[in-house]
Design a protein around this ligand. Structure first.
Ligand SMILES: [Zn+2]
Length: 367
């Protein structure tokens, strides 16, 4: 029986505790349990009361984990000449940390770099200061760079509260759309992107490297995918908001017909990603796995690359079904009412489906 515990100390207190229990049998270490606790939820709470309750919950979870580990140890050490080793790890490079922030609009990601924080999406108007407070809880670096995945106000509204952000990056079409929005008129124009891209852009190096991709129209005509290659994580914004029929903003260049093609390009072009962060909280799944042997019981359950592949298939199958209905002479209303997709999409939220059928009809008629 071997228990390894690793304590990760952040600049402002404990960040995470990882515990791994193995059982030595036949000369090999067999894993029994692997648990960890991270200060994840604390970061995303915007008021002190909920922060305290999140800490309390996280603390409780960790106590349960410890109890489990101790119980395992007590039942097995007698027969296995127990061997307990603990190391305390304190990071010398607090820069290699990536967080997701929920609530207040779309999901936001913060990469805590050595000199600055890179923030991806800034939530709805009035939430910028909450984002700054959360980032300050884990580092002293200013939010120097902002990436807006697209123009919508629930992903860009906090731009106005980030005066230290000297670089604001977006697709050129997203910037053009933002420039027309009331929040970015007059003094608000200083919060508009000052660096634009078209297809690809790379930022930073090494473990912090960020690759930005644009694959064409879908949710709008300026949706970026943000990939952290060394971390094998992608943030896909509203190209994949959650397992639901997507909102398609045709007024801002979004296209129901291009949507599946754009996602398929993303899936075939990007490689090496395992975890996918969706544009909205419901996609990340804030609930924890009940299984103590899951990879991480304390962090939100994120989507996987396979989920993104499935989402690309869903959008393609949706388009194919609507095309077939139109070819069969059905009205948009009938097509929406009789839409039948494969069983594997049964749990998808179809609230947006009828509007998307009409968008497809309009786009097909305009051709
Ligand atoms: Zn959006």
């Amino acid at each position: 029986m071997l228990v390894r515990a690793v304590w990760v100390e952040g600049r402002k207190g404990p960040l995470a505790i990882y515990t791994r229990v193995t059982w030595r049998q036949g000369g090999a270490d067999r894993p029994v349990a692997r648990c960890s606790w991270m200060m994840w939820e604390e970061l995303v709470q915007r008021d002190h009361r909920s922060r305290r309750s999140a800490e309390f919950t996280a603390g409780l979870v960790y106590l349960v984990v410890i109890a489990l580990v101790v119980a395992l140890g007590l039942t097995t050490t007698a027969s296995s000449q127990g061997d307990r080793r603990t190391v305390r790890l304190r990071t010398l490079s607090p820069g290699d940390v990536l967080y997701v922030m929920l609530d207040g609009g779309g999901n936001s990601l913060a990469l805590i770099g050595d000199e600055q924080v890179v923030l991806i999406d800034t939530k709805s108007p009035g939430w910028g200061q909450s984002v700054v407070d959360a980032v300050n809880a884990v580092g002293d670096q200013p939010i120097g760079t902002v990436i807006n995945t697209h123009a919508h106000i629930d992903h860009t509204g906090g731009n106005l509260d980030l005066p230290a952000a000297t670089t604001i990056i977006a697709h050129e079409n997203a910037k053009a759309a933002m420039a027309k929005m009331p929040q970015f008129q007059g003094p608000g124009s200083r919060a508009l992107p000052n660096k634009t891209m078209t297809d690809r852009l790379s930022l930073l190096d090494g473990r912090d490297r960020i690759e930005l991709y644009y694959f064409g129209a879908a949710h709008t005509n300026g949706d970026l995918i943000v990939v952290f290659p060394a971390k094998r994580i992608a943030y896909v914004g509203d190209l994949f908001p959650s397992k639901a029929a997507p909102f398609i903003d045709t007024a801002n260049g979004g296209s129901a017909i291009a949507f599946p093609e754009t996602l398929a390009k993303a899936v075939s072009t990007i490689s090496g990603v395992t975890r996918v962060i969706t544009g909205h909280e419901e996609g990340v799944r804030a609930t924890r796995s009940a299984s103590p042997t899951s990879v991480d019981i304390s962090t939100p359950q994120t989507m996987t690359w396979a989920d993104l592949q499935e989402y690309a298939d869903f959008n393609r199958d949706f388009l194919d079904a609507v095309r077939a209905a139109k070819a069969a002479g059905k009205s948009a209303q009938d097509a929406a009412a009789s839409l039948k997709l494969a069983e594997r999409y049964a749990a998808y939220d179809m609230t947006q489906a009828s509007a998307n059928v009409q968008a497809i009809y309009r786009e097909l008629d305009a051709r």
